[in-house]
Design a protein around this ligand. Structure first.
Ligand code: MSP
Length: 522
């Protein structure tokens, strides 16, 4: 990516902040998981990482949900925000910060960006007459809507719209067509994947209206500085969380200078426009640097069906983790779908990937290698002899993954990164079968030792690589090879950190058990 300077070794990655009107579901788990894999990867690769997640607590939608629950909005958000922290804990997310938009520091920051926009002449007072969908917290133009039953107006997302007429401050978005197109042109990696970039560019080319950025008809939001009848539009407040968390408005603070602009905002495709159009316009308008990249991922369906609360087919992350295992779910979500595309959550595919790729391919490789070390070498890692071409090729393939891995994750191609790692897993299984250490056991123990050592080294590499995706399982594998805690980052890829022959290894236990379906009637 362009524009990197002396701060090359820092990495700031964010999730969207989640609306607290909803229980955490697979969509939330997915977005944050993708960021967690990146954050863990970058830490292992020597970066100073700041990984931010949190909750979006203002707006009409939350106010209405609180009202429906019969509690005041602050008490409501305190309670529901907690559900997202719990999700983060049981999914083993490694975020460094959790921001809530009801924190006092966030009001300061939102008001500061407002003031900067106002002073720079981008905000003016007018009246808003138009359609608003509370569910999306978004304004729509008449020609975007369709007629629903009962004469209701329906947004492209399916949300019901209501007519709003009230005094409002506006952001001069209509003036941003040229500057934004120029910005996209100069920063070809700003929006990913490419297909989404094209969508955004054609949206902007279509022309934009000024954006209503304040409301007067309800109270649950950040006050507009100098005009307290108004509260700020929830998306302006929400997007600002990304700079609040790095200490804005204190632009001299080390957190800000170190981490802003963010390296990546990860979002779902439904909220790309807010991040790729409004957000850079707000930032540039306020004299601040826009983020380096926005990635919009796809959506999950459940067994082929669109997920919706009214259909009742929402996938609860806790349930699937309890059923299949945490690392198994993390692996599946990152492996099943080419990242960026929509994907289907099918229980049959989950089981099939667990049993073939985790249990059979990787689990078995580790288990049979370590049991042979146990059985043939009394649990002591053997000394290798001279390497054959096959040995050298195996080790070379194992270490060579690192470069491709780095490139894949810099492009957020999570599934390809796993595929690259699994090529080594499959090559190692083929190597065991060809070398047949069990047959060498009696005839040529020295050669047997070399083969087992090459396998152990290959497994060490595989365990290092899978850490971002499956941290707990990777740790167990590394423990089984007696790899010290301070030898697990990516500087230890390669023969410089090779396992020490003569080390007594703990008794192996399977890391990835097969998933056995409960007996059912059919
Ligand atoms: N509060 C806003 C974001 C503000 S960011 C400054 C918001 N919150 S949300 O709770 O609705 O966010 C949900 C996130 O989950 C989005 O990234 C969305 O794309 C994602 N998903 C919701 N349902 C999903 C699926 N079925 N599949 C995958 N992700 C989906 O939007």
């Amino acid at each position: 990516m362009s524009g990197q300077t002396s701060s090359d070794k820092t990495y700031y990655v964010t999730t969207p902040i989640y609306y607290v009107n909803d229980a955490p579901h697979i969509g939330h788990a997915y977005t944050t998981l993708a960021c967690d894999v990146l954050a863990r990867f970058k830490r292992l690769d020597g970066y100073d990482v700041y990984f931010l997640t949190g909750t979006d607590e203002h707006g009409q939608k939350v106010e209405k949900s609180a009202e429906a629950a019969g509690v005041d909005p602050q008490a409501f958000t305190d309670q529901v925000s907690q559900n997202f922290r719990e999700l983060a804990d049981f999914m083993n997310f490694s975020h460094d910060g959790f921001i809530r938009t009801t924190e006092p520091r966030h009001a300061v920051s939102s008001q500061a960006i407002w003031t900067a926009l106002k002073e720079n002449g981008h905000i003016y007072l007018g009246t808003y007459n138009g359609w608003y969908a509370v569910r999306d917290e978004a304004f729509y133009a008449e020609d975007e809507l369709t007629d629903g039953p009962d004469g209701k107006k329906i947004a492209p997302s399916g949300a019901e719209c209501e007519w709003v007429e009230e005094p409002s401050y506006f952001f001069d978005l209509s003036k941003w067509q040229e500057p934004l197109l120029k910005f996209y042109e100069e920063n070809p990696d700003f929006i990913a994947p490419k297909s989404r970039r094209n969508e955004v560019i054609s949206f902007v080319k279509g022309g934009m209206h000024d954006l209503s950025v304040s409301r007067t008809s309800f109270k649950w939001g950040v006050d507009v500085p100098g005009d307290e009848k108004h509260i700020m539009y929830v998306w302006l407040d929400a997007l600002t969380n990304y700079i609040t968390a790095v200490n804005y408005p204190d632009q001299e603070s080390s957190q800000y200078t170190k981490f802003w602009p963010a390296d990546l905002h990860m979002v779902g495709k439904d909220i790309l426009r807010f991040h790729a159009v409004y957000w850079p316009a707000f930032l540039i308008g306020a004299g601040l640097a826009p983020p380096k990249r926005i990635y919009a991922h796809g959506w999950w369906t459940n067994e082929g069906q669109k997920i919706s609360k009214s259909v009742g087919n929402v996938i609860d992350p806790r349930e699937i983790v309890e059923t299949y295992g945490l690392d198994q779910v993390r692996y599946f979500l990152m492996r099943e779908v080419p990242f960026g595309n929509d994907g289907d959550f099918s229980r049959k595919s989950v089981v099939s990937r667990i049993n073939s790729e985790l249990a059979n391919d990787l689990g078995n490789l580790a288990q049979r290698t370590l049991s042979m070390v146990g059985r043939y070498c009394e649990g002591v890692l053997p000394e290798p002899g001279a390497y054959t071409d096959a040995d050298t090729a195996m080790l070379k393939q194992a270490t060579a993954v690192m470069d491709a891995y780095r490139t894949h994750l810099d492009n957020q191609v999570f599934h390809e990164a796993l595929e690259t790692i699994w090529q080594v897993v499959r090559a190692a299984n083929a190597y065991v079968d060809q070398q047949a250490p069990w047959a060498l056991h009696k005839e040529d123990p020295a050669r047997r030792d070399t083969v087992l050592y090459v396998l152990a080294e290959t497994i060490r590499h595989l365990a290092l690589y899978i850490q971002p995706y499956m941290p707990d399982s990777a740790a167990v594998m590394l423990d089984q090879l007696d790899v010290p805690a301070d030898a697990r980052d990516f500087t230890h890829v390669g023969e410089g950190s090779a396992l020490t022959p003569g080390t007594t290894l703990p008794k192996p236990a399977p890391v990835f058990p097969r998933f056995v379906e409960e007996e059912s009637a059919n």
